[in-house]
Design a protein around this ligand. Structure first.
Ligand code: C2E
Ligand code: MG
Ligand code: MG
Length: 805
């Protein structure tokens, strides 16, 4: 387990360790100095006690000597012997009495200060007594004690007078101060005791000592200079402080007659310190233990603080990675536990918000279906899986028919409810759990069928259409809706999502255009649209370079055989592609808005042609096709008014054709513009009638003058009974509403005959004439009129085929 230097854990541990070290060191120093001071005090006390003991022992000895000396001095016989100077008797008495107390020396000193006798016998030549000072003291005080050196040995001496009744001599008695005495004293004081005296040369000599072997380092040299009437306690501190000195000493000067003499009380450092040293080691080990424990403790605390932090930071990393699955286990009731609790709350909050956000981002709020983003995502995944497993995936793009009409006619709330209903039906129509339906926007839906091939997809598409067929009751209104579905399959129609979706879109538009419910993607559609795309770029130049022309197709009055109406149809004479049919560029011009330019051009050209014909005496009303898109917020009425004015053409000579399905996509706006055009006198024709699901109520509201039955019904009339029925009822409907009815797409004589029988008003079609340029139309008109006049209608229609389009 590594610990980085700047980590919180390292810092906490560091602070704790340093703190504990400081505390331990301070305690160590403090306790140490107390121990030392104590030891010092102890030794001092020991030394002063020892000095007292020593003095008492010495005093006791002196007392013994004084008593024994007094006994001799007061002995009558002895006094007589002294008085009579019987030296031999004196000597034997001295020996006798001295022996009783074991004195080492016993002497008699005369008043003249000369030695008379010792315990060994009368003194020869009576030498002078070595310690006259002692005698002088005794003479003054009645008795005296002192130490002195005799024959190189130290003695404790006592002097008392021999009185008869005045002092006639002095008895001096003493104990030798030797190693034995020193050892005895040492035993009593538990100190080392040495006696030293100063030689005439100033050097100190050991006279007796308890220490053995006699050490030259008795400390004498050190202590010596301080002796001589100086303070009684000398230098022990210095000795104590001096690490060199193995002894602590106290110097006691002795009362002496002659050269100075001292007693050295000594304590062995090693011995004195042995208990202290023990304490020291104990203290040191306690301190070290303390330091060790504090290190371990601080590491533990640091760990207990940082471990939960590490857990929390790991947890927050998990949150950062979007993992909200597992909450943090709350550990304990402390602050960290509380923090863990807040983290859990935060996690729940984030998870909840993220759920909402992704719902907003990936779900459609209205239908609760996945939205486009989610659909794309799912499709991408399904394709990835399908690629690996070599499985088909089918995709459907669906657009509701007439939704705009529902929205406008019944209101947006109904529209919204309808979308919700459609979503429910779509979901129910999907056979498998894994199938996905999404709302791409507006009334556009998409369906993904993983593992389903084209055949399966067709079945599902049929089910969907059937499910939508059933009318829906929304807010007590019966709403009828249909849909167009484009179907593609992976890998047949594309290898990736973008291609598949684009192809599905194209297929869906095919379905819409052909009104076939659903359509499969066909490469030809795409080629066409590619062609259209390139045409788009060139369309702009078409007007500028005068590549457009108008062709005119006549409408024959079935009752009179006369031609009073023609329809203007635009043609694009492309410099390289030749003729381009309007179906190929009009829808795209509508998408780009370029249709406005084209319409203006067409209107101008048609009205100009009308004026020209009128000038030539040809009375023809011209129908102009107008895109429904242009009817929304349109300036079309103003444009037409201006053109009619400019060319001096009456408004009733101009008709406008609008396809039914286009109007029904946005009827309200269309009606408004149509009303304005109608008010001007321009008449209105509903083109391709029957394909657009227009309701009669709308038809009633519109200023319509003419219905043009879609050519698909007219052309199917001969073979399909249904188509015939539609044509018949449309004619009836139109007539009932007071409208003129036109049949377009009349290709055969039979159709013409049938329409005549059905009481259709006008007929238009290749059988009568193809759309023709103006000059050719003029020729055709003359021919036609001639034939009609001659009553040869059959010939007239035959001419039509002769004139090429
Ligand atoms: P539409 O208005 O329904 O025009 C009738 C279409 O049917 C014309 O096709 C015409 O050539 C064709 N047709 C006429 N008789 C027969 C027949 O007996 N059999 C068959 N199979 N077809 C016949 P065209 O000229 O290709 O025009 C196609 C559509 O393009 C028109 O349908 C119209 O919606 C649109 N269009 C044409 N010119 C214009 C224009 O100037 N402006 C606008 N906005 N649309 C136009
Ligand atoms: Mg038309
Ligand atoms: Mg038509």
């Amino acid at each position: 387990m590594t610990m980085r230097l700047h980590s919180l854990r390292a810092r906490i541990a560091f602070v704790f360790v340093v703190m504990m070290l400081v505390v331990q060191a301070a305690a160590y120093v403090a306790i140490n100095s107390v121990i030392d001071a104590n030891a010092r005090k102890n030794i001092k006390e020991q030394l002063s006690v020892a000095e007292r003991v020593f003095r008492q022992v010495l005093a006791g000895d002196d007392e013994k000597l004084t008593q024994a000396s007094s006994v001799i001095a007061s002995d009558f016989g002895f006094r007589q012997a002294v008085a009579s100077r019987d030296d031999a008797t004196v000597a034997s008495a001295l020996q006798n009495y001295g022996g009783r107390i074991g004195a080492d020396v016993v002497m008699l000193v005369g008043l003249d200060g000369k030695l008379i006798a010792t315990q060994d016998g009368p003194a020869l030549n009576h030498p002078a007594f070595d310690f006259p000072h002692l005698i002088a003291q005794a003479a003054a005080g009645g008795q005296a004690t002192s130490t002195g050196l005799i024959n190189g040995h130290a003695y404790d001496l006592v002097a008392v007078p021999v009185k008869a009744p005045v002092a006639i001599a002095w008895v001096v008695m003493g104990f030798v101060i030797d190693d034995k005495l020193a050892a005895e004293m040492a035993r009593l004081t538990s100190l080392d005791i040495s006696f030293l005296h100063q030689r005439p040369d100033g050097q100190w000599t050991v006279l007796a000592t308890s220490r053995s072997p006699r050490s030259p380092r008795a400390g004498s040299e050190r202590t010596a200079p301080a002796v001589g009437g100086a303070p009684r306690t000398v230098i022990p501190d210095r000795a104590w402080m001096d690490a060199d000195s193995p002894y602590i000493s106290r110097v006691v000067p002795l009362a002496t007659s002659g050269k100075p003499m001292i007693v050295l009380l000594q304590r062995s450092m090693a011995e004195a310190m042995s208990t202290v040293r023990h304490l020291h080691t104990l203290l040191l080990s306690v301190t070290l233990c303390g330091v060790l424990f504090s290190i371990i403790g601080s590491l533990f605390i640091a760990r207990s603080v940082t471990r939960p932090l590490a857990v929390l930071s790991q947890f927050s990393r998990r949150i950062a990675n979007g993992d909200y699955a597992e909450p943090l286990k709350e550990s304990g009731k402390d602050e960290i536990g509380a923090l863990a609790g807040s983290f859990n709350l935060m996690q729940q909050g984030i998870a909840e918000r993220e759920r909402k956000i992704s719902e907003l981002a990936f779900m459609d709020g209205l239908t609760n279906l996945p939205n486009r983003a989610m659909f794309n995502d799912q499709l991408e995944r399904a394709l990835a899986t399908a690629k690996r497993a070599v499985d088909p995936v089918s995709v459907m793009m669906m657009d509701l028919d007439r939704f705009k009409y529902v929205n406008d006619a019944l209101g947006h709330s109904v529209g919204d409810l309808l979308l919700g209903e459609v979503a429910i039906r779509l979901k129910q129509a999907l056979p498998r759990e894994t199938d996905i339906v999404a709302r791409l926007g507006g009334d556009e839906f998409a369906v993904m069928l993983p593992g389903t091939d084209l055949q399966g997809a067709k079945v599902v598409a049929a089910r969907i259409l059937k499910a939508l067929e059933m009318p829906t009751m929304i807010e007590s209104q019966l709403v009828d809706i249909g849909a167009s579905i484009g179907i593609v399959t992976f890998p047949r129609d594309g290898a990736d999502m973008d291609v598949l979706m684009r192809h599905a879109d194209i297929a869906m538009y095919t379905a819409k255009r052909t009104n076939s419910g659903y359509a499969l993607y066909d490469e030809k559609h795409d080629q066409k649209s590619a062609l259209r795309l390139s045409l788009m770029g060139e369309l702009r130049q078409a007007v500028e370079h005068d590549q457009l022309t108008l062709y005119y197709q006549p409408k024959v009055d079935l009752a009179t055989q006369r031609v009073k109406y023609v329809e203007a149809l635009v043609r694009w004479d492309h410099p390289t592609r030749g003729f381009v049919a309007p179906d190929e560029f009009i829808p795209f011009a509508e998408q780009t808005g370029y249709i406005k330019t084209i319409s203006r051009w067409v209107a101008n050209r048609a009205i100009a042609q009308c004026a020209k014909w009128r000038a030539e005496g040809i009375d023809l009303a011209i129908s102009v096709n107008v895109s429904a898109r242009e009817l929304i917020q349109s300036t079309l009425p103003e444009i037409f008014a201006e053109l009619l004015m400019r060319h001096g053409v009456p408004a009733h000579s101009i008709w406008i054709e609008v396809t039914e399905s286009a109007i029904m996509d946005d009827p309200n706006h269309a009606i408004e513009t149509l009303d304005r055009l109608h008010a001007m006198g321009i008449r209105l024709s509903i083109d391709d009638f029957g394909t657009g699901y227009s309701s009669l109520s709308y038809l009633k509201r519109m200023p319509v003058d003419e219905l043009k039955i879609d050519k698909s019904f007219v052309m199917g009339m001969a073979t399909h009974k249904d188509d015939e029925t539609i044509v018949r009822s449309t004619i009836n409907l139109g007539h009932n509403m007071g409208l003129k009815v036109v049949a377009e797409g009349v290709e055969t004589e039979e159709m013409l005959e049938q329409l005549r029988l059905l009481d259709c008003d006008l007929a238009q079609g290749y059988h009568i004439s193809r759309p023709l340029p103006p000059e050719k139309l003029e020729t055709w008109l003359q021919e036609w009129a001639r034939n009609v006049d001659a009553g040869k209608l059959a010939t007239a229609t035959a001419t039509a085929a002769a004139v090429p389009a």
